[in-house]
Ligand binder design. Structure first.
Ligand code: ADP
Ligand code: MG
Length: 240
């Protein structure tokens, strides 16, 4: 579904991504781990072209998406993204937050968009919150709404950048549960997280990043139980 070839990202003189190669297959849950500053967010942001790659190629469903002729908006619609900060629109109700893009971008009717939104709210366990404003929600609820909002665009892949890092500990589980059920339904997902238990349980494949590159990848068993690279070993010693 996604293929990344020799991806480089520079910010001025800083060489942040240093030739990343990776593949994400349809239906796969790929978890990206690694120390702070290793380039995890930059990699995710390049995947959906929030950041413009400096060099290299990104293919999505067979098409190179980082060349001038490509329709960036079309690609972004097919990639749902969930951030650490929930980024809900504070002046809009939950329902309006979820239906905005489907109506404006996809041209759905209000009633169609609202019906889809209500189904998604049910899925994330928040049917009773359709008409409230984000300020009335807990962090965990906001993040579940952010996930529902991304899903409303019917993305082909979901990208998560530390979706639980800003949450109080007691709210982490409810968000991970929603992500787990998405995985079980076969959604293709790329997840940056420090939740190692979740990574082991839900991940099909783990990518360990350090210094702007993927230095090790494998199944959760391979990476967590028998890490090969010294930097992976050191990182896991610190976080587990
Ligand atoms: P991670 O998500 O693994 O913590 P990031 O991808 O956020 O790492 O950042 C990797 C490095 O790139 C960091 O040193 C960060 O300061 C730098 N960086 C990220 N975005 C920018 C930017 N817009 N301009 C300059 N440097 C950046
Ligand atoms: Mg990050």
């Amino acid at each position: 579904m996604i293929k990344i070839e020799q991806l480089h990202k520079r910010f001025g003189k800083l060489h942040i991504l240093q030739g990343v190669n990776a593949e994400i297959r349809q239906g796969e849950v790929v978890v990206v781990i690694g120390p702070s500053g290793s380039g995890k967010s930059t990699l995710l942001r390049c995947m959906n072209l929030i950041e413009e790659p400096s060099d290299g190629k990104i293919y999505f469903e067979g098409q190179c998406i980082n060349e001038k002729a490509h329709d960036v908006n079309n690609t972004r619609e097919k990639m749902g993204m969930v951030f650490q900060s929930f980024n809900l629109f504070p002046h809009m109700t939950v329902l309006d937050n979820i239906t905005l893009a489907p109506i404006k971008v996809k041209g759905q009717s209000k009633s169609e968009a609202e019906q889809i939104a209500m189904n998604l709210l049910h899925k994330v366990g928040l049917s009773d919150k359709a008409h409230v404003y984000p300020s009335k929600l807990s962090g965990g609820q906001k993040q579940r709404i952010a996930i529902a909002r991304a899903l409303a665009m019917k993305p082909h892949v979901m990208l998560f950048d530390e979706p639980t890092s800003a949450l109080d500990p007691e709210m982490v589980g409810e968000v991970l549960e929603v992500m787990k059920s998405l995985a079980q339904e076969g959604m293709t997902m790329v997840i940056v997280t420090h939740e190692m238990g979740f990574a082991k349980e839900v991940g099909d494949r783990i990518l360990f990043m350090d210094g702007g590159n993927i230095v090790e990848e494998g199944t959760p068993e391979e990476v967590f139980q028998a890490p090969k690279h010294p930097r992976t070993q050191e990182f896991l010693r610190k976080v587990i």
